[in-house]
Each structure stands twice: as C-alpha cells, then as structure tokens.
Design a binder for this molecule. Structure first.
Ligand code: SAM
Length: 248
C-alpha cells in the first residue's frame, strides 16, 4: 500500500467533499474528535464519503461540543468498491458484529445476508450492520462503505446473480483439498465474485445442490476442521483475496 498516514484519524462524512468545503460535524463525530481524540483547532483528520476520494481536512473548533472540518486537499482519488459479494447466513449479535467488521476489512464490497433453513438469527438489524461497516471502513483505510443489503432467501439470491459471476462455495462437507489450487485453476477471474458461507448449523443437502447448480460455482474446503461461520468468513476471504483478489 502506498505510504499512508495511518496515524491520522479517519471519518466517513456523508457530504460532498471539495477544496474549501466546510462540513459541520454531528455531535457524535465532534465528541469523538474533541473529547476522545482531544484534537485541537488546525489539526488534521482524513475524511471520505465513498464518492470523492479521501481528503485531508482541518479541525475548526466551535466551543467545547461543536466542530467543523474544512477540506484542505484531496490525498487519494476515489477507487471502485471491490466486486466481491460476501453472502452469509446471519449470526447472533456479537458474532454478526465481528463478522461484518472482518468481511469489510477483508475487502467485501457487498454484505448480503441470506436466509437458509438453519439460520439462527431471526431479526436482522441492518442499521447496526451498516454502522459496523462504517466503523470498519474508517479503521481499515478503504474509500467506500460496503453496501449492506436486505436479507434474501438463498434461492432468490442465487437466481438473481449474473450467470458469469463466480460463486466460491465454502462447503463444510467438501472433501478436504487445497482451496488455493481450486481457485488458482480458474485463472484470471474477470467477472465479479460471491463468497458464500453457511449458518452455524450448516447447509442442508438441498441448499448445497442449489448453490452448486449456479453456472460458475467452485466448491472449496477450508480444511479438515469445522470453522465457526465467522472464522470461515475470514479464512475464505483471505484465500479468495490471495488467489483472485487484491492481495496478489
Ligand atoms: N454443519 C457444520 C457442523 O458440522 O457443525 C457447521 C457449519 S459451520 C459452523 C458454518 C459454515 O462455515 C459452513 O456452512 C461453511 O460454509 C463454513 N465452513 C466451516 N468449516 C468449513 C470447512 N472446513 N470447509 C468449508 N467450509 C467450512
């Protein structure tokens, strides 16, 4: 990664960013900068909005509780979000929080909750997922906020995929074999990707058949041990990024 100022705090700001633009922070953001980070007037924050790249902005303090930021210079051009859909059976609270943050750090461009027969979580808090995605994006240095989609039934989700989109199916029942070799055989994947991981109770055979029926589906083993779904998220995305994604 180009020399990057990892020390400067980063904030996602949902407002147009251009030279000289002055942005009023909301109370939470002002409190974070002034009272948590104890930034002073004139100090620097990196800001991004997912459209206009990343900007260096200066803090303008307006009393103890309010602050504005003034855009000084663009330091990174906007990049396209990665075309990786991370499809997963929603988990219960803390595990779901963790999985959302890790999927963002690992480069998922879309987070797609899919409902399978053994999905445990009933109600999915999309707003909570979105705020976890923003926090992870601010922390890991990406320029877009991954899209968190409404939950979908597995079959409808699969039917809605482009035929040439590659589905990397993490199947705990797959015979143990090297996932890196399985993906490397595919060569340079031009179309977008889906990485799909099942629920804590696993996929049913009927669901396996549904996923495997997708035009371009590669079924991978993540080794001889059964991983928790949130562990599988990190393992699967690491292998995909290393062989087909932006790690190579
Ligand atoms: N049915 C499993 C069992 O026997 O306990 C539990 C499923 S596992 C907790 C959750 C998901 O993680 C699986 O559906 C699969 O997508 C993925 N996963 C876990 N271990 C895996 C492995 N060794 N190989 C491939 N996928 C795995």
């Amino acid at each position: 990664m180009a020399a990057y100022d990892f020390n400067a705090p980063r904030l996602f700001i949902d407002a147009p960013l251009q030279a000289g633009a002055r942005i009023a922070l909301d109370r939470g953001q002002a409190n974070y900068l002034l009272n948590v980070l104890r930034l002073k007037a004139g100090e620097t924050v990196l800001i991004f909005n997912g459209r206009d790249g990343e900007w260096r902005a200066e803090v303008m303090v307006e009393g103890r509780k309010a602050a504005d930021l003034v855009c000084a210079e663009r330091i990174r051009e906007q990049e396209a979000a990665p075309d990786i859909i991370y499809a997963f059976a929603p988990l219960k609270h803390a595990r779901l929080d963790y999985m959302v943050q890790k999927a963002v750090e690992m480069g998922a461009g879309v987070l797609q909750p899919v409902l399978t027969r053994r999905t445990q979580a009933s109600r999915i808090n999309l707003e909570r997922m979105r705020s976890n995605a923003v926090e992870a994006a601010e922390q890991c240095g990406i320029l877009s906020i991954p899209e968190v989609r409404e939950e979908e039934n597995l079959e409808r989700f699969l039917n809605g995929l482009e035929k040439d989109r590659l589905v990397v199916f993490c199947d705990e029942n797959a015979p143990v074999s090297n996932p890196v070799e399985a993906l490397a055989k595919l060569g340079n994947n031009q179309a977008g990707l889906v990485v799909i991981v099942g629920p804590e109770g696993g996929f049913t055979d009927q669901e396996r058949a549904l996923v495997a029926a997708h035009e371009r589906c590669v079924c991978v083993s993540l080794g001889p041990r059964i991983l928790r779904a949130d562990t599988a998220a990190v393992a699967a995305l690491a292998i995909v990024q290393a062989v087909l994604g932006d790690w190579n």
